[in-house]
Design a protein around this ligand. Structure first.
Ligand SMILES: *Cc1c(COP(=O)(O)O)cnc(C)c1O
Length: 248
């Protein structure tokens, strides 16, 4: 373990830094909601903690942050074990391979990244064995080739229809991740398109899809303006991540 994380003085400083960052993001989130004429309580902040140590999550949980987003299966399972006694709602937001669905099913408040029938079926078959249910979102790719992961808008209705027929999965809404751009306004039409797709699916399928998971550190204000109910913010809370080569 990193020396500086076990030193109580550094941990105190780290907690103070996380507290300041969290307060700033929460303030900006509330401002963005009010500016859009929305109640700030209708937007949930998911702190994206991938590549950050369990100690950081524990510190933030102690500050009242409850929702955490993680992208890598092995990493999050280890954190869930280390933080079994903390009041945390876990969100799986990363790309999920079908063969790892069994490790994820039933262990998360929300799985944001379901983008194929095969993956939905893998989650379903695992849950059937456990007799439990899993809330999920469909990840939609709206920006064409530039985006990895996600069902296309054209195929979203067919996938949503299949998932709505699965007793073990609760389809709550849609997620998207626009390609990164220096200019956050570039994300806005993508966020608007996700909301419009959601509205169209609700009409077409006669289902309620209340959740829109969109917006990251650099563009969560735009996402809130376009109706986000879940924003996934990492860097603005934790600072820069060390880039890892693995994705498992
Ligand atoms: C890492 C990640 C985030 C957070 O990104 P930041 O720019 O650090 O806020 C959000 N969503 C997904 C899917 C991610 O993988």
């Amino acid at each position: 373990m990193d020396q500086k994380l076990t030193d109580p003085h550094s941990m105190e400083a780290r907690t103070a830094q996380l507290a300041a960052n969290l307060a700033m993001v929460r303030g900006q989130l509330a401002d963005a909601a009010r500016l859009a004429g929305r109640d700030p309580a209708t937007v949930k902040l998911v702190a994206v903690s991938k590549n950050h140590p369990a100690e950081d999550l524990r510190a933030l949980a102690g500050l009242g942050q409850r929702d955490f987003g993680e992208s890598y299966v092995q990493e999050v399972l280890a954190k869930q074990e280390a933080l079994w006694d903390a009041d945390i709602a876990w969100h799986f937001i990363g790309r999920l391979q079908t063969n790892k669905a069994k490790f994820v099913a039933g262990r998360f408040a929300v799985v944001h990244s379901v983008d194929s029938l095969k993956l939905a079926q893998s989650l379903q078959s695992r849950l059937r064995g456990q007799g439990s249910r899993q809330e999920i979102l469909l990840q939609v790719s709206l920006a064409g080739e530039a985006q990895k992961g996600g069902v296309t808008a054209q195929n979203a209705a067919a996938l949503a229809r299949e998932v709505l027929g699965m007793d073990e999965l609760d389809l709550a809404g849609l997620m998207t991740m626009p390609p990164y751009s220096e200019n956050a306004e570039t994300s806005r039409p993508v966020f608007a398109a996700l909301r419009e797709l959601r509205d169209a699916l609700e009409r077409e399928l006669g289902a309620r899809l209340p959740e829109l998971s969109m917006g990251m550190s650099h563009d969560f204000r735009q996402a809130v303006a376009e109706g986000a109910t879940l924003v996934r913010v990492g860097t603005a809370i934790f600072g820069e991540r060390e880039v890892k080569a693995t994705s498992g």
